[in-house]
Design a binder for this molecule. Structure first.
Ligand SMILES: [Zn+2]
Length: 379
């Protein structure tokens, strides 16, 4: 009886977690800046002890257990010549899946429901003009052209989580966005899924159950600081891809020349995917020889590694996953970072202006909150 109640409670909890609307302010206070940072600070340092991903053991062990269990129930059904064991097995699998989902929500997934960056920061509601997007790309290119020589001379640490300057940058970038205790960075881990990352053109991933970071083994040195900072942003509870890109970029541009180069290169890459043919030609004309070679090397890395059908299937699956977790734009949410940067109000040194709850209400009551004439402060 107690078992049945427990099973029912798990399924109910999972259903409620998936369907019940949760107020973002409450999720932000209780979970994202309350329970979660404490959990992250306890779990990630333990995960960092080993260079391989616990995720591998969890997934491969889970699949092996599932196969063994199905086989056992089918064998029992055949021996008894009745369907009972198969039905009982199906029920157990549903309860186990519900339990995994509840653990996922508790250890990281609820971050999808926290306050969005639009609520957190002073942002314009207007969509940026296409010329502003090109200008942002040109600014990124200018930075890349200036930083290229210093970045290549200093080189890149294969393990960004040991780069003191990047860690300091990560902590200060987080403080710009939230008063929660800063998240601990994760080492870029080796995984048996690395091959899959290569074929599907995935740069990295936050593995939720052990709050660890898995990286594509083929990443080029100048890609690593940004990919690390993006995944650390997920570790800091910014689940939305545009927000992780935003914090990843804010982190890198506060680091040393090598990290700054990586951050601006990322932004250039995103902008290049957003602009039309004319815009791309203007960006292309501005790109120096050194940065151009680095960009081409990334294109070549992706081209060499990918298996097109797997890449498309994997991005389609991720699109479904994001939509199921209430990210309406799906995988398009990555490039939303360009809009986010252009709509956010910055002070000097790319310091985003935060809004507090009281002024947020006042501002939304008075339209328009941000005059478009003050373009200089909007970058
Ligand atoms: Zn991500």
């Amino acid at each position: 009886m107690t078992r049945r109640v427990l099973r029912g409670a798990i399924v109910l909890l999972a259903g409620a977690g998936a369907l019940l609307p949760l107020p973002p302010i409450a999720v932000e206070r209780v979970y994202a800046t309350g329970v979660y940072p404490w959990l992250q600070q306890a779990v990630t340092p333990v995960s960092n002890v080993v260079p391989f991903a616990f995720f591998d053991t969890i997934v491969l062990g889970g699949v092996a257990l599932l196969v063994w269990y199905c086989w056992r129930q089918i064998r029992a059904a055949r021996a008894a010549r009745r369907l009972g064991p198969v039905l009982a097995g199906a029920r157990t699998i549903v309860v186990a899946a519900a339990a995994v989902y509840v653990v996922f929500l508790g250890i990281w997934g609820l971050n999808y429901r926290r306050v969005s960056m639009n609520e957190r920061l002073v942002t314009s509601t207007e969509r940026p003009a296409s010329e502003a997007v090109v200008q942002l790309g040109l600014e990124a290119i200018e930075q890349m052209n200036v930083l290229h020589a210093d970045a290549h001379a200093a080189g890149w640490d294969p393990q960004p989580w040991r780069d003191r300057e990047l860690l300091t940058a990560f902590a200060s970038a987080q403080r710009l966005l939230s008063d929660a205790p800063p998240a601990r960075p994760g080492r870029l881990k080796w995984s048996v899924f690395g091959l899959y990352f290569r074929w599907a053109s995935i740069d990295g991933m936050l593995a939720p159950f052990a709050l660890e970071v898995i990286a594509n083994p083929d990443l080029l040195p100048w890609e690593r600081p940004f990919v690390a900072a993006h995944e650390w942003a997920h570790l800091a509870g910014y689940a939305h891809e545009a927000e992780a890109n935003f914090l990843g970029w804010l982190t890198c541009i506060r680091g040393n020349a090598s990290a700054r180069y990586s951050g601006w290169l990322f932004l250039y890459w995103q902008v290049a995917g957003e602009v039309g043919r004319d815009g791309r030609a203007r960006l292309d004309a501005a790109l120096g020889d050194g940065p151009r070679a680095d960009v081409l090397a990334i294109h070549e890395r992706i081209r060499r590694g990918r298996l097109q059908f797997l890449q498309q299937a994997s991005w389609r699956a991720y699109d479904h996953y994001l939509r199921a977790n209430r990210v309406g734009e799906g995988v398009r949410s990555y490039s939303e970072v360009v809009n986010l940067i252009l709509r956010t109000r910055f002070e000097d040194d790319w310091t985003p202006v935060r809004r507090n709850a009281a002024s947020a209400h006042r501002e939304s009551a008075q339209a328009p909150p941000h005059p478009s004439s003050s373009a200089a402060s909007w970058r």
